[in-house]
Design a protein around this ligand. Structure first.
Ligand SMILES: O=C1O[C@H](COP(=O)(O)O)[C@@H](O)[C@H](O)[C@H]1O
Length: 257
């Protein structure tokens, strides 16, 4: 488990641009080292801000888009094409602009797909897709970068405080029911699946994330109550923030001036 590192930017626009530049470098480095790269996308305002910044970044084609696998950390379990689905928003922000291999875009199932309204069956199918990509060891692939937007209530992916999903230790993907944030039915990677990633980047911009960031970065945080505190990468855990989101952190956590 890697200890959290913090990078604080002036505002959310600069944070999105800097995170996009960082992602270009991380993906290009992974492709140079291993031929392909795998990235787990997040939904929400900060995740979509990063994707939009990536779409207009001058160096975006330093990524070989045809050798990039995209996965999702969570999905709102809604019909295909619904404007609130994370994949719909990601397509509009970036995916429709770049030459991805459609076979490498691993969207989570929709609520009008093969599993109908059964979110648990849809979650099990996504777990199987991940296990097939992971190869002999099963579980989930060694994602190069897994991004998570931090919710104002400290949720990450669709793991909400005190929920069954955040307590899950056996499965890699779960159906989420009665989520406190709409829509109530979702699909989510679990904390063990998240922690299999090489790098986990937590995105927190805006004053409404300040309390959540302070709680998650507190040394005695309990991941059941504060899911963001349980999100760590194997080699790196990086909090990418703007100044408003960092405003409630204790002084000792601020990066040196
Ligand atoms: O519903 C969700 O919310 C979180 C955070 O979203 P934000 O708009 O508060 O930044 C997001 O990480 C998650 O993927 C999404 O499904």
């Amino acid at each position: 488990m890697s200890a959290p590192q913090l990078v604080v930017h002036r505002d959310k626009e600069l944070m999105a641009q800097a995170a996009a530049a960082r992602l270009i470098t991380a993906v290009a480095d992974a492709q140079a080292a291993r031929g392909t790269a795998s990235v787990v996308l997040t939904g929400g305002r900060n995740g979509n801000g990063l994707l939009a910044a990536l779409g207009s970044a001058p160096a975006r084609d330093a990524i070989d888009w045809s050798r990039l696998d995209l996965w999702w950390g969570d999905e709102r379990f809604l019909p295909e094409g619904h404007p609130d689905r994370n994949v719909t928003q990601a397509r509009a922000a970036l995916l429709d602009l770049v030459p991805l291999d459609p076979a490498r875009v691993h969207a989570m199932p929709a609520a009008d797909g093969a599993y109908g309204s059964d979110a648990d069956a849809a979650a099990a199918a996504y777990a199987e897709e991940l296990a097939a990509a992971a190869g002999a060891e099963g579980g989930v692939p060694s994602f190069d970068v897994l991004m998570l937007g931090v919710g104002p209530d400290t949720h990450v992916a669709s793991l909400f405080p005190e929920s069954a999903g955040v307590r899950e230790t056996g499965l890699t993907v779960v159906g989420v029911h009665n989520a406190p944030k709409p829509p109530p039915t979702r699909i989510s990677l679990t904390l063990p699946a998240i922690r299999a990633a090489r790098e986990v980047w937590l995105l927190a911009a805006g004053e409404d994330k300040a309390k959540a960031a302070a709680l998650a970065l507190s040394p005695d945080a309990d991941e059941t109550q504060v899911p963001a505190a349980g999100a760590h990468g194997r080699t790196r855990t990086l909090w990418l923030m703007d100044e408003p989101a960092a405003s409630a952190l204790p002084h000792e956590l601020h990066p040196p001036a």
